[in-house]
Design a protein. Structure first.
Length: 79
């Protein structure tokens, strides 16, 4: 189910040799739609991720309170 949220966004600015020390990390937000949007815009203001980098909020699986979830993927360099 998580595959529905993942965007295939290759980083074309880096040569392929640099990918050996890089890893994808998925960041998942779960909560009310209002809470998720608040965190997404807060992280945007901090320079963490563009608002458009996040998936559209969807109902979280097995959520009794109809919580929503949104995900983004970041590339990190491993030392």
């Amino acid at each position: 189910m998580a595959e529905e949220f993942i965007f295939d966004t290759p980083d074309t600015n880096n040569p392929s040799s640099s990918f050996r020390n890089r890893e994808q990390v998925k960041i998942l937000l779960i909560g009310s739609r209002r809470g998720i949007n608040s965190i997404i815009y807060w992280l945007y203001r901090l320079g963490f991720a563009e608002v458009t980098a996040w998936s559209k909020p969807q109902v979280a699986p097995n959520s009794e309170d109809r919580e929503m979830m949104s995900i983004t993927v970041k590339q990190v360099t491993l030392d």
